[in-house]
Write a protein that binds this ligand. Structure first.
Ligand SMILES: [Zn+2]
Length: 212
């Protein structure tokens, strides 16, 4: 993932990822998504009232710029008169996801935060460092009921990558069984060539089946 985003001497290394604030990591996932699958996201939704299935599209770019404005990365982050740092994967791991210990680790005020302030502090951190997720709302085209669906970018990306990998493995299987090429040779083909060859093989196999 880091190589996909930053080239040259300043590029991030895989070991740097756990040290990134979670919001930066999430925004990198969004860039990887946009670069791989484009900026339109289609979500399939089922209406709970009339069971109608329909699709809702939204644009990653608009959504991301509103999130970037909301988190304002250059602003100094303070809470209750003291600075705080944003959570990273390695901080979360070190506190074993215990919320109280996490608050103590993030807030740099010297003493412990007052227990009454912890919930308020957690809300502040969640605002400054959100997980990229949204509740999609859309009226059902059949009955008009508002249908809601939770969208989590990292889950959606993982699901798209799994589907993409499945398709790639199926392509490798088809080409290897037809031409007896190695997986490495097949992966060296330009994507369009690979897809065109697989389509041709499938069409020929379909014709052979129907002429039997
Ligand atoms: Zn409906």
């Amino acid at each position: 993932m880091p190589t996909a985003l930053v080239q040259g001497d300043d590029r991030l290394l895989p070991d740097d990822l756990p040290e990134l604030p979670l919001i930066d990591y999430e925004l990198m996932l969004a860039h990887v998504y946009a670069g791989t699958f484009g900026t339109t996201i289609d979500q399939n939704v089922d209406c709970p009232d009339c069971s109608k299935k329909f699709s809702v599209a939204f644009y990653l770019g608009t959504w991301l710029s509103s999130i970037r404005d909301a988190v304002k990365p250059d602003r100094e982050r303070t809470f209750d008169g003291a600075p705080y740092v944003l959570p990273t994967q390695s901080i979360l791991k070190s506190v074993k996801r215990d919320q109280r210990v996490l608050a103590r680790r993030l807030w740099q005020g010297g003493t412990d935060l007052h227990p009454e302030k912890i919930t308020e502090f957690e809300a502040e951190v969640a605002r400054a460092c959100p997980i990229l997720a949204d509740d999609i709302e859309s009226p059902c085209p059949r009955c008009g009921e508002i249908v809601r669906k939770r969208f989590v970018l990292r889950n959606h990306l993982a699901s798209r990558l799994r589907t993409w990998l499945h398709r790639l493995l199926a392509d490798i299987h088809v080409l290897a069984s037809c031409y007896h090429w190695s997986a490495a040779d097949i992966l060296d083909l330009p994507r369009q060539t690979r897809v065109a060859l697989v389509d041709t093989i499938q069409v020929q196999r379909g014709r052979a089946r129907s002429s039997r």
